[in-house]
Design a protein around this ligand. Structure first.
Ligand SMILES: [Zn+2]
Ligand SMILES: [Zn+2]
Length: 650
């Protein structure tokens, strides 16, 4: 008998008979591995555990520790769903059922819509079929028989797929119970281990995603290896819903988007406006402290300027159309860069002026299709916390380091502790696709990498991910429920300095071209505000909270003292709200809790007499009575430290 050589991931080699299957090899390694095995990877290709191996191969047995195995597992779960649906609704026509992020879907043509009760029944049936541990069996059929099988079964969509996709003379099928699928596989051996799934919802989808085709019903499911992972996912979904900034924005009266004004345009209500002021005050102070100069540039500028910058060409589809005034075309600005460049160019700059850092909370307008707009996160008008740094090549490492340090200050100040960093590089095989010289790119990319290394910040290199005009680093912050948000960008630009012919007079008396860096920390005020609402679940830390203290008199009898307390708070610079409505104390406390006001002070007879307040914290509950002066000092300390609430989950 012929033998073949199998190389395992640890480098160990085994001689086995040709036709040995991965599961047999797994059993030889250990029973534990054979029990845990889901699928195999041979020479980089995923394979059923029962597929005979015909050639020498490097082989890995994949278990729940492997991300590829999860995709296969979810695909098998999609087959289980189809099998269950066929048991209950044998008349359905089958579409496709791939694994997706967090689960899978399968699509069906059926006249009546699937109801919630149907989903429950289907889920139950899936568990039944899973418990029977049905094997997922692979079969090969000649293409003609495959077509006949589906024709006889009246599965038109599947016929179409076989016609289009089956290229080999033999077509592979997988059966799970009564379900037979034209499918390349691979699959896990049987249904027994598919336990942690939940059918989430049904939505309409055109066959092959093309309008005009029949509309199928997609049943979406969440699916994981373990119940704990599924529970974790469902919990995060619930949390995300509870934290949705669009809902909280309305409940807390922070902002709105008005039909009368148009989509994607944000109205900041007084409470949102107050938070914005705190955010912007912090930012402006930091900018000045860190050597930036604050500027303002116009919202509309001549279209010709955008032709010089190139935006009128390569950025056109993201721009609002031009406006004609006195026979000249003007353009609503989609970016702040050309404005800052004009300020740079307004004087002849010398090396002594560099680095020249211009910062602007610059409002820009970009055309986004109405379908992709999303609350504060995706809008048509927004204010970037934008800055442009013009510097000499010798200065770039320090400048990049300063940008990263600033980004870290944002992270700390706004209560984030985890992050991911990516470095986007060019595609070294296609230098012709990029602006700037090979030298420019190598120097700038190296500066970004060196700086991150020097600061001991781990990062991921993203080859060929850079924009045509320069390499960049992106910082994503991880929020309170583990979601990454792209915020800070530090981006080199070799294009604009050339297009605008930027210069400085060097120490040698000659003209040189400065380097230009675009950088934004929050990205935009709107988007960052949306992220903060979700990160804090609307319970802003004291320094940001629009109302910091609610003063709640126990009854009308103590209105006078309550008024005094509120006045003292206001005089000390705090944002206090006196709730002197003729309501029960419990109702007032409930309303303040709903509004997520950080502190409540309850005042009654005892408090008035002793000149104290009974303090209640949103989240921590009752903190007991305190002299008013002590309370004021505590508040001052918390605001000055910009303490981020320890209970952002509330
Ligand atoms: Zn399949
Ligand atoms: Zn820019």
């Amino acid at each position: 008998m012929d033998t073949i050589q199998i190389t395992l991931p640890d480098g160990a080699k085994q001689e086995v008979a040709q036709g040995t299957t991965p599961i047999e090899i797994a059993r030889k390694i250990s029973h534990g591995l054979a029990r845990e095995a889901l699928v195999a990877r041979a020479n980089g290709e995923l394979l059923d555990l029962s597929r005979p191996l015909d050639h020498d191969a490097s082989l890995a047995i994949l278990t729940t520790k492997d991300a590829d195995a999860l995709q296969v597992f979810r695909h098998s779960a999609a087959h289980l769903l189809a099998a269950a649906v066929l048991e209950l609704f044998p008349e359905v026509k089958l579409g496709i059922g791939p694994p997706i992020e967090n689960g899978f879907f399968y699509e069906f043509l059926r006249e009546q819509p699937f109801t919630l009760e149907d989903l429950e029944k289907i889920e139950k049936k899936m568990h039944e079929l899973a418990a029977r541990d049905l094997p997922n069996e692979r079969k090969l059929l000649p293409k003609s028989e495959a077509l006949e099988l589906y024709r006889n079964w009246n599965q038109g969509f599947k016929c179409e797929l076989v016609e289009e996709k089956a290229i080999e003379p033999m077509v592979s099928f997988y059966t799970t119970g009564k379900f037979i699928d034209f499918c390349r596989g691979p699959h896990i051996p049987s249904t027994g281990r598919i336990k942690a799934f939940k059918l989430m919802n049904v939505s309409g989808a055109y066959w092959k995603g093309q309008e005009g085709n029949p509309q199928l019903q997609r049943i979406y499911a969440a699916c994981f290896f373990t119940q704990a992972e599924l529970d974790g996912y469902l919990h995060r979904l619930e949390e995300a819903k509870r934290r949705d900034h669009r809902r909280l924005g309305q409940e807390l009266d922070l902002f709105s988007i008005q039909d009368a004004a148009g989509p994607g345009l944000i109205f900041w209500h007084p409470k949102g406006g107050l938070i914005r002021k705190q955010m912007e005050d912090w930012l402006r102070d930091e900018l000045l402290r860190r050597g930036y100069q604050l500027v303002y540039t116009p919202h509309i500028m001549l279209l010709d300027l955008w032709k010089t910058s190139g935006h009128a060409n390569f950025y056109r589809e993201n721009m609002f159309g031009p406006l004609e005034v006195e026979k000249a075309d003007y353009q609503l600005k989609p970016m702040n860069c050309p404005g800052h460049i004009l300020i740079y160019k307004s004087h002849l700059r010398s090396y002594r002026d560099l680095p020249y850092r211009l910062a602007e909370l610059g409002t820009v307008y970009r055309y986004e299709r109405s379908g992709v707009l999303h609350g504060l996160l995706r809008v048509r008008g927004f204010t970037q916390d934008d800055a442009h740094i013009f510097c000499m090549p010798s200065q770039i490492e320090d400048e990049v380091a300063a940008c990263v340090d600033f980004a870290w200050a944002v992270m700390k100040t706004f209560g984030f502790s985890e992050y991911q960093v990516e470095l986007s590089e060019w595609d070294p095989l296609h230098p012709e696709n990029y602006a700037g010289s090979v030298d420019d790119w190598q120097h700038a990319t190296q500066a970004l990498a060196n700086t991150l290394d020097r600061l001991k910040i781990p990062f991921k290199r993203m080859e060929a991910e850079a924009a045509f005009y320069g390499p960049k680093i992106d910082v994503k912050l991880i929020d309170a429920i583990g979601r990454p948000w792209q915020l800070t960008t530090v981006q080199f630009d070799f294009n604009l300095p050339a297009r605008f012919d930027l210069e400085y007079v060097g120490e040698d008396g000659n003209r040189h071209r400065p380097l230009m860096v675009h950088r934004a920390l929050w990205g935009s005020v709107e988007r960052f505000f949306g992220i903060l609402i979700e990160h804090y679940a609307g319970a802003f830390p004291l320094w940001l909270a629009p109302v910091q203290v609610a003063v709640l008199p126990v009854s009308g009898k103590f209105a006078e003292y309550a008024k005094e307390v509120a006045a003292e708070l206001t005089a000390a610079g705090f944002r206090a709200y006196l709730d002197d409505r003729n309501e029960k104390l419990q109702a007032k406390i409930r309303d303040s809790e709903m509004q997520k006001v950080p502190y409540m002070t309850v005042v009654g007879g005892k408090e008035a007499e002793a000149r104290t307040v009974s303090v209640r914290h949103h989240g921590k509950g009752d903190l007991g009575p305190r002299p008013l002066a002590t309370f004021l000092a505590d508040l001052r300390g918390e605001v000055d430290a910009r303490a981020t609430s320890s209970d952002s989950g509330n």
